[in-house]
Structure formats: C-alpha cells, structure tokens
Design a protein around this ligand. Structure first.
Ligand SMILES: [Zn+2]
Ligand SMILES: [Zn+2]
Length: 253
C-alpha cells in the first residue's frame, strides 16, 4: 500500500495545486530529516544552491508525508529548504539575532536533537529509508490488533514511537454512558456479536505521530472506531474522523 496512491503521480499532484498556492505546514518527520542535516553542518544555514538543499528537496518534494493534499508547484523547493533551515536556526539557544519565525514545532525538533542526538540521528535515518523507498505508511501505535499483518518494515517505524497502552483502555472506559460504539457509523460490537464483542472497539490516534512528533496524548487525541471505519481512515493516508463522517453520510444519501 503506497501512501501517495490517492492523488496520483507527483506531477499530477503538483498540477492540481497550481491555483491554490497554499503553504503546507512542515510536519515533524520532515523537520527531523532537515534538522539532522543542519546539525551535521554545525547548524550552518542550508543555502538553496547547496547540494544538501538539492538532496533534501528531492527527498521531501514528493510529498510522501502529505499523502492526501495536492502539492503546490514550489513544494519543498530548494528555496523553501533554505528558508526553513534559517527559521530553525533562529530557534537555537546559540542564535543571538532577531527571531524570524517562532514555530513551536521547529523549536521542539531542535531541542530533541540537543537532548538526545543519537536517538534523533537514528530517527532521521529510519524516516529516510521510508522516503527513499517511496512508501511511507505510519502504523497507528494503538493498532495492536492489526500490527501483525502490516509487514516488518512498518512495524519498525511504529515501535520506535512512544506508546501508551493504558491510554487505550482509559479511552474505552471514558465512553459516555458506558456505550462503546463507533464514532463514525455507530457500530457496536456487543450489539452485533453479543458477549464475544463486549468491551471491544478500536482506538485511533487522531493526530499522527509523524505530524506531531512524540507527545503526551490526551483522551481528546483518540477516537473510538469500528474495524471498518478504522481501516478506511488509514487507507491511502490519514483523513480525519470528521472527513470520514462526511464521506459516509454522502455515500448513504
Ligand atoms: Zn464505524
Ligand atoms: Zn488508527
């Protein structure tokens, strides 16, 4: 399953967004790859004419980390690589000049490199493997029931992410009125399967970790879904619970 499958080739996806010119926010995994290069350069800015900029633009420009959006023409161009590297530099403790763009995520990534360089370098290396293979699909860390059939490489990626197995149960326990049913279609495992389905539901991370980076999840970041809706939310890149609800309503009308 290719994460980029939904909107066709890179060229088609770029073409689709020529009009919109919307900036697409950098996600955690993109910042990790860029910051890794920046750190190795001793935090010297990555000029648009440098080989590093060219390489990063090639790696990130295919938009594998943004599988469900149309890409603007200048998406992760060498110029945008230079700009982002300059922005990250301004969040460094050693930077004394004027702050340009105080993006919270930029700073969090830089801090993570300061805290644990070895770990972040290896995280960047793993992300690169996926991007170079052109097949980036993140396993939902809470999908414990489905981890077995997704293939070895995908599991490697999810295993290194933070997990909190207790969170899953806390979310189920917090279901309003003790009614455990799918937030999209209302399906209830116990209503359909009786005792065998009692207490069963799948728990889904609404904010993918490749976007947010590691963080303490709250119950609000989780959704209860039946197995079918859960599959559909992940298929061809993550969509939101609301987006799936709209699709279901449309399909039924
Ligand atoms: Zn459902
Ligand atoms: Zn999920």
């Amino acid at each position: 399953m290719a994460a980029c499958g939904r909107l066709g080739s890179v060229d088609e996806r770029r073409g689709a967004a020529v009009e919109s010119k919307l900036a697409i926010n950098w996600v955690w995994d993109e910042l990790v790859v860029l910051t890794d290069v920046l750190e190795r350069r001793g935090w010297r800015e990555i000029r648009s004419t440098s080989e590093d900029a060219l390489e990063l633009s090639g790696l990130l420009g295919r938009g594998l980390l943004h599988p469900t959006v149309a890409l603007p023409d200048n998406f992760r161009s060498v110029n945008s690589i230079q700009l982002k590297s300059a922005n990250i530099r301004t969040t460094r403790p050693s930077y004394l000049g004027r702050k340009t763009n105080n993006n919270v995520l930029d700073k969090r990534v830089g801090d993570a490199f300061d805290r644990d360089l070895i770990r972040m370098r290896s995280e960047a290396a793993v992300i690169r493997v996926f991007l170079e293979a052109g097949d980036y699909v993140e396993q939902d860390p809470l999908d414990v029931d489905r981890a077995a059939d997704e293939g070895k490489v995908l599991r490697t990626l999810s295993v290194r992410r933070e997990r909190d197995p207790k969170l899953r149960q806390r979310k189920i326990d917090a279901a309003p009125g003790g009614v455990i049913s799918c937030e999209v279609c209302g399906f209830s495992f116990s209503a359909r399967y009786g005792n065998r389905g009692k207490g069963y539901i799948e728990v889904h991370h609404t904010v993918p970790l490749h976007v947010s980076g590691p963080r303490r999840n709250s119950l609000d970041d989780l959704a209860l879904l039946c197995a079918n809706c859960h599959r559909m939310i992940h298929r061809g890149g993550w969509i939101t619970v609301d987006e799936l609800r709209v699709l279901v309503t449309k399909a039924l009308s």
